[in-house]
Design a protein around this ligand. Structure first.
Ligand SMILES: C[S@@+](CC[C@H](N)C(=O)[O-])C[C@H]1O[C@@H](n2cnc3c(N)ncnc32)[C@H](O)[C@@H]1O
Length: 382
């Protein structure tokens, strides 16, 4: 089922469920601009540069990228609804002075002799059959000294979403009804997210009703591992690497940030579990090892697959909730807010068995992980 990640589901329903709220374009541009700054791309950097974007989806984000006036802008997507939407935007003048080349193609196997100064690929690499190989393939389009930006997802960052997905059997099987029910049911959750910009029906489609594959997770260390022969870790959102080296001591061809980022990530990866927590205000034990908790979250994802695919409600109560109780206990002293929300999830799910979509989920409603992380790399110049 993971053979054509994203594409099969989107094509089947003729959708591109990643539309952004553009009712306030200043806000939309500020969001995108600040993301780019966080990952090391100040707006002026894109002017006249060559940019290729893999998987632009609705093109809502491409509008911003185009506004920075790249000299060449290529958009590659394999979903016919995306391609139609991109052409529509182009015809309506949404890309301003820039005329992007729009290519209807699978990213895997995409042929282009050119190399680009910036390669963008957002919301695409995790969930592929082989994310490492996928990433390696798109990086071949980066010129020496060029930047590659991708997104990653971890077992911690997705746990809150996985909890929401195990509710799938309680929604209609028919997709339009399920979207309607989901929008109503998750409204409170989504409104609690102050920065939420995706349209709610698209969020329900992509996060609750989209059949995620067995290889959902692709973490920052996995991405580093995949391309460290040619690339150096550059920036990320959230930012977790501080580099205290005296620049004169950094004099080799390798920048040295790959190992530093892996170490820094290992210390702080648990914070991806709950966006409400500000690590700057926390005193987690330094050099902690979160591998046992990460293993639990991986197992939760596997159990969720059976529940989601087979509508196996029994497994929610006999397997998933007992594991959530274990995770909540382990988190208890470290992240009490998250532990509390997990307890509220457990009691909410018990209520759901009786009251259906009327169940009360208390503080669980406001718990979201740090979903996808953004990470940029620089191709080493020979
Ligand atoms: C989750 S959406 C992300 C869209 C957009 N980048 C964003 O962040 O809003 C994934 C996009 O990548 C495209 N995509 C995923 N895998 C692909 C593949 N193997 N070949 C071509 N397009 C692909 C999908 O069609 C979709 O437009």
């Amino acid at each position: 089922m993971n053979e054509k990640a994203y594409l099969d589901f989107y094509e089947k329903h003729q959708i591109i469920p990643v539309r952004q709220d553009k009712s306030d374009m200043v806000k939309h541009f500020n969001r995108r601009g600040n993301l780019y700054k966080q990952i090391g791309i100040p707006p002026a950097l894109l002017k006249d540069k060559s940019v290729i974007e893999f998987g632009p989806g609705s093109g809502d984000n491409a509008i911003f990228t185009a506004s920075l006036k790249p000299g060449r802008y290529v958009l590659v997507d394999g979903n016919s609804t995306s391609i139609r939407e991109l052409h529509k935007k182009l015809n309506e003048g949404a890309f301003g002075e820039v005329t992007p080349e729009i290519c209807n193609s699978n990213i895997l196997g995409y042929q282009d002799d050119r190399q680009f100064e910036i390669v963008l690929c957002e919301g695409v690499v995790p969930n592929q059959e082989n994310s490492s190989a996928f990433l390696k393939e798109i990086t071949t389009f980066a010129a020496p000294g060029g930047i590659v930006c991708i997104t990653t997802m971890s077992p911690f960052s997705c746990l809150a979403e996985v909890c929401r997905r195990v509710m799938r059997p309680f929604f209609s099987q028919e997709i339009d009804c399920a979207v309607e029910e989901g929008v109503k049911f998750f409204r409170e959750d989504l409104l609690s997210l102050t920065g939420m910009s995706r349209l709610h029906d698209d969020w329900v489609l992509d996060n609750i009703l989209h059949p995620w594959g067995k290889n959902l997770f692709f973490s920052i260390p996995a991405a580093i591992e995949a391309i460290s022969d040619d690339f150096d870790f550059y920036g990320s959102s959230p930012t977790f690497l501080t580099d205290w080296r005296w620049y004169k001591s950094v004099n080799g061809l390798e920048f040295g940030t790959n190992d530093m980022a892996k170490k820094a990530y290992a210390c702080s990866s648990l914070f991806l579990i709950d966006y409400r927590i500000d690590p700057a205000e926390m005193t987690l034990p330094v050099h902690s090892n979160w591998s046992s908790l990460e293993k639990d979250c991986n197992e939760a994802y596997e159990i969720h697959m059976g529940i989601w695919l087979n509508g196996d409600i029994d497994a929610i109560y006999t397997q998933f909730l007992p594991l959530m109780a274990v995770i909540s206990k382990k988190l208890g002293d470290l992240l009490p807010i998250t532990a509390r929300s997990l307890q509220d999830f457990i009691s909410g799910m018990h209520e759901m068995k009786i009251k259906g979509l009327q169940a009360d989920f208390k503080s669980f409603r406001t718990w979201f992980g740090r979903g996808q992380q953004y990470v940029s790399f620089i191709r080493r110049a020979n």
